[in-house]
Each structure stands twice: as structure tokens, then as C-alpha cells.
Design a protein around this ligand. Structure first.
Ligand SMILES: [Zn+2]
Ligand SMILES: [Zn+2]
Length: 324
């Protein structure tokens, strides 16, 4: 499924098989999760897509021809971070997520809305057998970046989650496993999402404009809505953090300094490191994280994106390539 021009629907097209470059493997894609970042790419809110582009960066599949690290038939996951330079100040200080020259799957490199995909094997994750492709795919971005977002919130006990979609519902389970208390915020009146949050262990769920029953120690903002930032700052206690987990957000409205006062912290999360991925993919099956995923055939990628755009999904949308 190919994006020729931003703002236009993806086109179904027959492309030549990808040829592996140096250090790359070709993967037969079984499933690819649909991430909000894909919407930002398709809608033109991120400015460097390598057009024409195959989007998608939550890829579960099997290696077709062995490389150095993986053998034929190995089950692997391909995430958003597709390549880093290894040389810049960020790479050399354990912050490859901030690499100046990073390559991103399904954005600056071809992604997984396809039957086959080439990837640098150093950035692929080995995946255990036994979990269905459908449930595994959302772990590769919603899970990984959600986990990094949670980690940057420190040891906050009372945790607010703004936006209870793919990332929110995974992070809620990790947070509960860690013994934190979860307060979930959804679009106004989204009773389905609020019930879902309570089912996953949130002790309170309500509309994002409302005040939680007590102060929070941290808030994670997964919805791409700048207006939520002042609301979240208002909800956190002194010394608390508001961590924005998305790659794109609408403008944050002007806010009085008083909302930041009291050593409150406002920060973003950018991308992931391989360490985040390794940690999270080891932790997830031990909890175990159960993802709610809605399957779509690969050819219905546009419909899956539309459903995500309108909020008409419970959990995560996943494209199934349909050969496995
Ligand atoms: Zn670098
Ligand atoms: Zn993503």
C-alpha cells in the first residue's frame, strides 16, 4: 500500500521484491500495526516522508534469507527506529533515539504495509514464538514508545493516561503490574473507552476536560491534542511530570506560569532506543500484556487509517498481510 502524495489515500500496487542492502534482511510480513504516526505521515503533518512511501512501523514477520544475526524463518519485529549513525553525540551517549541522521521505518525508509520489507538487522528485535501476530504487532510502537513514556514519568504512583487507545491500553497494564494507580482520560463521552480502561485496572476513568478525584504524580499524554497539556499540568501535583508520548501534537495553548510552578516538568518523548525495545519485549510476556487489536486485510489500510482518525476503534488496528 503506497503513499504517492500526502493527503491522498494509499494506492494498492505491485512492487518488485525488496533487495536487501548491506546488513539488511528481507522479512515476509505477517502483520503490521497501524500507528497514529502513520496518520500524521499520510496527512502531511510530518515533513520528510520518502515518497512514494510504504508506511508502517509495527511489523511482525519472518526472515526470508539469513543475515548475520538472524536465520531463515526467525520471527522478528521491525520498529520505527530503522537506522542510526552510531557516531553523533547522541548515538555515543546512549541516546540513539535523538540521532541527527536517524532513519525511520515507514517514513524515511520503506515500511510494513506490504507483504515484504527489508530492514537493517541490527534494529530488528527477535520475537518469541507463541503469541499471535495480531496481538504482537501493537507492542512494536504503541508498546515500546508507551513504555519509554512511562519510564520517563519516573516512579509516579498516581498516573494519569490521556488518550486510551493503542498505547494507553498497553501502558495501563504495565503500570498496574508495577503497582501504580491509573486514572484514564478519554474524549468527552467515550464511554466505551472508559469502560475498557476500568476493565484493565484503571481506578477512575472520565472525560479529558474533567478533574480527577485526586492529584496525580504524573500524566502521560498520548492523544495528539495540545489543549490537553494545560489540563494535565493542572491535574498533577507539585513536582509532577507531564510526558507527551506522540510525535506530533496540535499547538499547546498559552498557559500561566503558575501551572508549571512547583517544579512541575513538561517534556516530550522522541522515538525509541533499542534498549527500550529489548526491555519492554522481555517484560510484556511476563505481565502478560494483552493487546486488544482489530484486524484489517492489508488492502483495507485506508479504512483502518480512517477508523483511527475518527476514533472509531477499540484498542489497536492491525493489517494482516494474509499469506501466513
Ligand atoms: Zn547518530
Ligand atoms: Zn508508531
Amino acid at each position: 500500500m503506497v503513499l504517492d502524495e500526502v493527503g491522498s489515500p494509499l494506492a494498492e500496487r505491485e512492487l518488485p521484491d525488496p533487495k536487501p542492502g548491506e546488513g539488511e534482511v528481507v522479512v515476509e510480513v505477517a502483520a503490521c500495526g497501524v500507528c497514529r504516526t502513520d496518520l500524521h505521515v499520510v496527512d502531511g503533518e510530518l515533513d520528510e516522508p520518502a515518497l512514494p512511501l510504504v508506511p508502517g512501523h509495527q511489523i511482525v514477520g519472518r526472515v526470508l534469507d539469513s543475515g548475520e544475526r538472524f536465520g531463515e524463518g526467525d520471527r522478528v519485529g521491525i520498529p520505527w527506529l530503522g537506522w542510526t549513525c552510531g557516531e553523533c553525540r547522541f548515538c555515543r551517549s546512549g541516546r540513539e533515539n535523538l540521532c541527527d541522521r536517524a532513519g525511520f521505518t515507514g517514513y524515511t525508509r520503506p515500511g510494513g504495509y506490504a507483504e515484504r520489507c527489508a530492514a537493517d538487522e541490527r534494529f530488528c528485535f527477535p520475537l518469541p514464538e507463541g503469541h499471535p501476530d495480531l496481538q504482537m504487532a501493537p507492542l512494536l510502537c504503541a508498546g515500546l514508545i508507551g513504555y519509554r513514556t512511562l519510564r520517563l514519568a519516573g516512579d509516579a504512583e498516581r498516573l494519569g493516561i490521556y488518550g486510551f487507545g493503542a498505547a494507553g491500553h498497553i501502558v495501563c497494564q504495565v503500570a498496574r503490574h508495577q503497582g501504580r494507580r491509573v486514572f484514564a482520560f478519554t474524549r468527552a463521552g467515550d464511554e466505551r473507552a472508559q469502560a475498557f480502561a476500568r476493565e484493565l485496572g484503571a481506578e477512575w476513568a472520565g472525560d479529558s476536560g474533567t478533574t480527577p478525584p485526586e492529584e496525580l504524580d504524573a500524566a502521560l499524554v498520548f492523544a495528539p491534542v495540545g489543549e490537553l497539556v494545560p489540563s494535565a499540568l493542572r491535574a498533577v501535583a507539585k513536582g509532577g511530570s507531564v510526558v507527551c508520548g506522540g510525535i506530533h501534537m496540535s499547538d499547546i495553548p498559552r498557559l500561566p506560569y503558575e501551572l508549571l510552578w512547583g517544579e512541575r516538568v513538561l517534556r516530550s518523548v522522541a522515538n525509541l532506543t533499542r534498549r527500550d525495545g529489548e526491555e519492554f519485549l522481555q517484560l510484556a510476556p511476563r505481565i502478560p500484556v494483552e493487546t486488544r487489536a482489530q484486524p484489517f486485510p492489508l488492502g483495507q489500510a485506508n479504512e483502518a487509517l480512517d477508523r483511527l482518525r475518527s476514533g472509531d476503534l477499540s484498542g489497536a488496528a492491525v493489517l494482516l498481510a494474509g499469506r501466513g
